[in-house]
Ligand binder design. Structure first.
Ligand code: SF4
Length: 299
């Protein structure tokens, strides 16, 4: 008989660093366009797998000398190669036990009916196949799915934080009709202590200090700082080429479909990781601290 423990062991054998399981009732109240129950109304569980972002993939950005590693190995490869590989093998494992498994990759840019950052329906994109259904494609919010699967919490930065890696992981999901036991939720506030280092260190000023977004998920109140997505995107990309903000005069091509990450999550990932490591809040430990000398920063 298939069990949560067997599924988790299989996922880890296939290469997952993290595996959590959500029951479908935890999505009660989700907006129609974001409700996984419309993808499979008979699903009994949503499995969320996580792969770590190697700390060393951020090293070249921290030093200001090597930017390819994060875009290629910690973004594109995880979302486009490693996670789909694990999804494929885990769906085969579950289906060999007689249950259906729908792999849901973290490849959300083009297909969903809503803009992933605003939640608004795209114009002239798609229409429901029948009136009671949402327009395709339904968009699963991976961080909320990870919360529902008990993997951690959404920090003030809106980045997902886990006890294993802090802000360093990416997710993908599998919907299944296998009756798997869900994991307990992580109480919001367990990892994020509102130190606000993410806000202070973001060069683009993308995370609001005052305005927050509050939502209720699975009976828990989640809250994070309002994100200015345009500022976030500009900071991440290093503003435009040929400006004083960007160390590149040329325009590097995307690496495994992901374009340049100039600031590479200076606040939301690096500052948060440094803070959580200092607090001893991450289980993935290193012999040396991440920041050992003065770092560069966009003006
Ligand atoms: S930097 Fe501090 S406030 Fe921001 S998400 Fe991390 S722990 Fe929370």
């Amino acid at each position: 008989m298939i069990t949560s423990e067997k599924v988790k062991n299989a996922a880890k054998k296939f290469g997952a660093d993290l595996v959590g399981i959500a029951s479908m009732d935890r999505f009660e109240g989700a907006p129609k366009q974001m409700d996984p129950r419309y993808i499979n109304p008979d699903a009994k569980a949503l499995i969320v797998i996580g792969l770590r972002i190697p700390r060393g993939a951020l090293r070249g950005i921290e030093e200001g000398t090597y930017f390819l590693s994060y875009s290629s190995q910690a973004y594109g490869s995880i979302n486009m190669i490693y996670n789909p590989f694990i999804l494929y093998h885990l769906t085969r494992y579950i289906e060999d036990h007689g249950y259906e498994a729908t792999p849901i990759p973290n490849d959300y840019y083009d297909w969903p009916a809503i803009e992933y950052h605003s939640g608004k329906l795209k114009e002239n994109w798609s229409k429901p196949v029948s009136p009671e259904k949402p327009a395709p494609d339904v968009f699963i919010h991976f961080r909320i799915a990870a919360f529902c699967a008990g993997l951690g919490e959404i920090g003030y930065s809106k980045i997902f934080l886990t006890p294993e890696f802090g802000p360093r992981q990416r997710f993908a999901c599998i919907l299944t009709d296998a009756p798997l036991k869900p994991d307990p939720l992580v109480e919001p506030g367990t990892i994020c202590d509102r130190c606000m280092m993410c806000v202070k260190e973001c060069s683009a000023g993308a995370i609001s200090t005052k305005e927050t977004i509050k939502i209720k998920v699975a009976g828990k109140q989640l809250e994070w700082g309002k994100l200015d997505i345009e500022a976030c995107s500009k900071g991440f990309q290093g503003m435009k080429p040929y400006t004083r903000y960007n160390p590149f005069i040329g325009e590097p091509s995307p690496a495994i479909l992901y374009s340049r990450a100039i600031e590479g999550g200076r606040g939301c990932i690096r500052a948060c990781m440094i803070h959580l490591e200092k607090q001893g809040k991450t289980r993935n430990r290193f012999k040396e601290p991440f920041r050992k000398r003065k770092t560069w920063q966009m003006e």
